[in-house]
Design a protein around this ligand. Sequence first.
Ligand SMILES: *[C@@H]1O[C@H](CO)[C@@H](O)[C@H](O)[C@H]1NC(C)=O
Ligand SMILES: *[C@@H]1O[C@H](CO)[C@@H](O)[C@H](O)[C@H]1NC(C)=O
Ligand SMILES: *[C@@H]1O[C@H](CO)[C@@H](O)[C@H](O)[C@H]1NC(C)=O
Ligand SMILES: *[C@@H]1O[C@H](CO)[C@@H](O)[C@H](O)[C@H]1NC(C)=O
Length: 256
Amino acid sequence: MAKMQLSIFIAVAFLVFSSSTNAKTASPPAPMLPPTPAPAPAPHHVNLTELLSVAGPFHTFLDYLLSSGVIETLQNQANNTEEGVTIFVPKDDAFKAQKNPPLSNLTKDQLKQLLLFHALPHYYSLSEFKNLSQSGPVSTFAGGQYTLKFTDVSGTVRIDSLWTRTKVSSSVFSTDPVAVYQVNRVLLPEAIFGTDVPPMPAPAPAPVVSSPSDSPSADSEGVNANSPKSSHKNSAQTLAFAPIAMVVSGLVALFL
Ligand SMILES: *[C@@H]1O[C@H](CO)[C@@H](O)[C@H](O)[C@H]1NC(C)=O
Ligand SMILES: *[C@@H]1O[C@H](CO)[C@@H](O)[C@H](O)[C@H]1NC(C)=O
Ligand SMILES: *[C@@H]1O[C@H](CO)[C@@H](O)[C@H](O)[C@H]1NC(C)=O
Ligand SMILES: *[C@@H]1O[C@H](CO)[C@@H](O)[C@H](O)[C@H]1NC(C)=O
């Protein structure tokens, strides 16, 4: 009888002891500290260099942005303005295909202008281009003479200039104030290349055979459209949703 009481006592004592040590290890912070509030979601900052180096491949465009210093202009617009920025980024393939006219002949200033021609000093979501298509030619970041025309063709945004016909082939990132859209061609401003455009690939009136590289960069719909895009699209979408997920989880944390 006494033996049993002793063993119960030991068992109880062990339980009390172990639970008190558990409690000690489970709540390390001293109870004197006030509860720390959930941290507010960090202000969202998009590092364009980082974004362009992981998406794409956009290495050619990014290298041009870095070597010309235009990256600073765009990053500054993204960081410090309410307007935000929209950037049209050709893939490396598009730069490889850009033979006529060649970009290698451009002066430093012309190259800068060409790069700025790929950006608008305002954030546009894809759906807002429908509106833009009604407003005629839109001035780009390169200035008033450097305009692009946008048309919404059943959800696809087409981009036209005298020299270039292309389209937004995928949305890489789009969260106000920064939009980055992939395009299939390098955009060529007539303010640099002039109005003497080689004939578009239309039925030639005379049987003069011209090599396809003589014609301006028109998109062959569908050829580029389906091929290696799906994997990029996935990563692009993940990228685009990451900040939203961050904000959502931040909000949840606030309400808990
Ligand atoms: C942006 O990202 C690049 C590449 O990851 C890095 O070298 C650079 O320091 C970053 N800039 C800022 C301001 O965080
Ligand atoms: C943009 O913001 C980041 C983070 O605040 C900062 O490190 C970077 O220097 C800024 N860049 C420009 C060009 O304003
Ligand atoms: C580019 O430069 C090369 C040689 O420097 C020249 O032969 C060619 O005509 C130039 N092309 C254009 C479009 O100016
Ligand atoms: C479209 O344009 C009209 C008038 O130009 C403007 O009132 C409206 O807010 C615009 N809608 C969007 C989504 O930008």
